[in-house]
Design a protein around this ligand. Structure first.
Ligand code: SF4
Length: 698
């Protein structure tokens, strides 16, 4: 009898990239290669984008980090043992803390870290390092929408409804969200809806729209105020909903009354007739959604802009109505869970505030420490990066899952601050641009080599599962944190290394908080239950909360809040020296700083270099031809790339993707002006000039 064929190992897991967290089935091994298939998961229903299909290639990256590295006296990174690497880091951290105090050491996390990693990193920073100086790259992504959502509804969950609800929509307004490129499988849920797209570019999403509103960059807030103005003046509001379920309508309307359509047209460039058509489409819909993305949020008035779109949704009676709603589209893979469990500067697990005495007492109790030993809030991400190596600023930084040399605004300045540190430690699985500048590099596992959980853009907690054993000498981030904490004098049991144990502790720490995970466990997730937070521990088991706000909003009185907001304009105006707007964003083939996707041959081949998209007339005025190399310069710095002529661009605006390093990095010119409430930098708008490169000038 012949032996039955060996079963191919396989696991059900999720794509490592964006917050749609498409379900996948992985099979194979390192020798045969890993194959990915889309799963019939609700968000992707059997589809993947190009990034999802090619994700296994990163597992076999030729330059995968497999051994700890330390910088030798000759300046080169050289291989070492784990014990030596961790002893070096812990020794330097101890010295710096003793000499200058605990806030002299800092940590920086990422929105791609699993819930378990984000939780343990926050705990490690506050207990083992004893520092207030921790924040993460999600501050550059979701902070404005999160601040606006929390103020309006009492809690921030990107989509307070499942993605699949969108399939019943007849009208969807997408403000600053190019989902056809950034989350292609989501478009199938919008197949039957009429789309209104607000975007300065004629993106692939805008090409699908019934109505495309193309405002000047940085004027979305004026446009949102104008849409509310029309809604009120034309009698399109839901008066009963406003009376019963909200506060603050009159104050919001007072501001909006100053934004009549012709004034909005003068500021934004969107014709008054198009504004009216958009407001009427939304009001006439039986089932309308308003969704915002980074395009309207990544600027210095991003929180107010998100709040203005929430005002519009509330005036139309959408959030929590069961026939429409408002949501913001989270970007990074664990952008939602990553902002709930304590790696934010001002926050404790369960989406609790670090300044709330009750929250401090609860979390300190779970951690077995006195509440007064927990540090207070620290600096937000850019403020933290900007303070490195300065008086009163941190002298050591530990980075997990982030590549700020490429992804932070004003990137050359950030690289300088990093270089000024006494100690830079980077835990990563590839030698990112930031890792290459580190004093110590710690090789860690990646998605298909590790277990854990992530929380998708709809607040659903998902299991990440390991198909492969990690390469020898590669450790998990949890093991790294454990190893460092013990060397810093912490009791070993305080830093579990098994993801399930960390999750169980996270559940206890989140119990009773806004993002309550206490009723969720690996057993329920592995049984395939769809569990959206809040999911408290109850008897019988709580089913989770796929739809928030149906009965009441999360504020104590159950009502949503309108925000009183006004358009201030961008932090940086165009001038004779810098006469154009430049905006940045993502393209289909790449993800974030490109550290992973630039290592995938198919993705690199599809978009091998940055391009400056520009209207042909603007290019002609600047003296640059199509495909020529050109320079874009702001008050902060210059980047160079080839010209891509695009007649659909606004003549006053350039678009440049931000995935590329070196001279082609868009963040060399971006503006670190911060939103005063969220700490979000103004990525989406810089005043720039466009010039031919001298060698390219005829
Ligand atoms: Fe992955 Fe996002 Fe693409 Fe889905 S849409 S395959 S989660 S990158």
């Amino acid at each position: 009898m012949s032996e039955p064929p060996a079963r191919t190992p396989h696991v059900e897991t999720h794509c490592p990239y964006c917050a749609l967290q498409c379900g996948t089935r992985l099979s194979g091994d390192r020798d045969m290669g890993v194959t990915v298939r889309p799963a019939e998961f609700p968000t992707n229903r059997g589809r993947l984008c190009q990034k999802g299909w090619t994700a296994p290639d990163v597992l076999a990256a030729a330059d995968r980090l497999t051994v700890p590295l330390v910088r030798a006296p000759d300046g080169n990174l050289t291989e070492t043992t784990w014990d030596r690497a961790l002893d070096t880091v812990a020794g330097r951290l101890r010295e710096l803390r003793t000499r200058y105090g605990p806030d002299t050491v800092a940590a920086f996390g990422g929105g791609g870290l699993t819930n378990e990693k984000a939780y343990l990193l926050g705990k490690f920073a506050r207990l083992a390092l004893g520092t207030s100086q921790i924040d993460y790259n999600g501050r550059f992504c979701m902070a404005s929408a999160a601040a606006a959502g929390k103020a309006a509804f009492g809690v921030d969950r990107g989509l307070p409804f499942p993605v699949t609800d969108l399939a019943a929509a007849d009208t969807v307004l997408l403000a600053g969200a190019n989902v056809a490129e950034t989350m292609p499988p989501l478009m199938q849920h919008l197949d039957t809806a009429e789309l209104i797209v607000i975007d300065p570019r004629h993106t692939p999403t805008a090409q699908r729209a019934k109505l495309h509103l193309q405002p000047a960059p940085g004027t979305d807030l004026a446009l949102a105020l104008g849409l509310l103005h029309i809604t009120v003046v034309d009698g399109l509001t839901d008066a009963e909903y406003i009376r019963r379920r909200t506060h603050g309508f009159a104050s919001a309307v007072r501001q909006a009354m100053a934004w009549w359509p012709e004034r909005v047209e003068a500021v934004t460039g969107v014709p008054a007739s198009t504004q009216r058509a958009a407001a009427r489409m939304l009001a006439a819909a039986r089932n309308a959604y308003i969704l915002t993305g980074r395009g309207v949020e990544q600027n210095s008035q991003g929180t107010d802009t998100a709040a203005a779109f929430i005002n519009l949704a509330l005036a139309l009676g959408l959030p929590g109505s069961g026939h429409g709603g408002y949501g913001c589209l989270t970007g990074q893979g664990n952008g939602q869970g990553g902002r709930e469990h304590g790696q934010k500067a001002d926050q404790l697990p369960g989406y609790r505030s670090l300044t709330d005495p009750e929250a401090r007492a609860h979390v300190a109790g779970v951690w077995g420490v006195p509440p007064e030993s927990l540090p207070g809030p620290g600096r937000t991400a850019y403020e933290l990066l900007d303070s490195l190596g300065r008086d009163q600023g941190p002298r050591a930084l530990l980075i997990f899952g982030s590549n700020p040399v490429v992804s932070a605004p004003n990137a050359a300045h950030v690289a300088e601050r990093l270089a000024s540190l006494d100690l830079l430690v980077v835990a990563d699985f590839v030698p990112s641009e930031t890792a290459r500048t580190a004093d110590v590099v710690l090789p860690v596992t990646q998605w298909a080599e590790e277990e854990g959980t992530l929380t998708s853009l709809e607040g659903r907690v998902l299991r990440r599962r390991a198909l492969l054993t990690p390469p020898p000498h590669v450790r998990t981030d949890l093991e790294v944190l454990h190893g460092l904490a013990v060397r810093l004098g912490e009791p070993p049991h305080r830093y579990p290394t098994a993801p399930r144990d960390v999750f169980d502790e996270l559940r206890a720490a989140s119990r009773g908080g806004p993002a309550d995970y206490s009723g969720i466990n690996y057993r329920r997730l592995d049984a395939g239950e769809a569990l959206h937070w809040p999911c408290p521990a109850t008897e019988p088991a709580h089913p989770g909360t796929p739809r928030l706000f149906l009965e009441r909003f999360t504020h104590p009185d159950g009502r949503a809040r309108f925000a009183e907001v006004d358009h201030r304009g961008p932090a940086e105006a165009v001038s004779a020296a810098y006469p154009l707007h430049a905006t940045t964003g993502r393209v289909l083939a790449h993800y974030q700083s490109g550290a992973q996707t630039r290592r995938v041959a198919e993705l690199h081949g599809a978009a091998p270099e940055p391009l400056i998209s520009v209207h042909p007339d603007t290019a002609a005025r600047a003296g640059v031809a199509g495909r020529a190399l050109a320079r874009v310069t702001s008050a902060r710095g210059s980047m160079t790339a080839r010209i891509q002529l695009d007649p659909t661009m606004r003549p006053d605006t350039l678009f440049i993707p931000f995935h590329f390093p070196g001279d082609g990095s868009a963040n060399l010119f971006t503006n670190p002006a911060l939103d005063p409430r969220s700490g979000m930098p103004e990525f989406k708008l810089s005043a720039v000039r466009l010039e031919p490169l001298p060698e390219a000038t005829p």
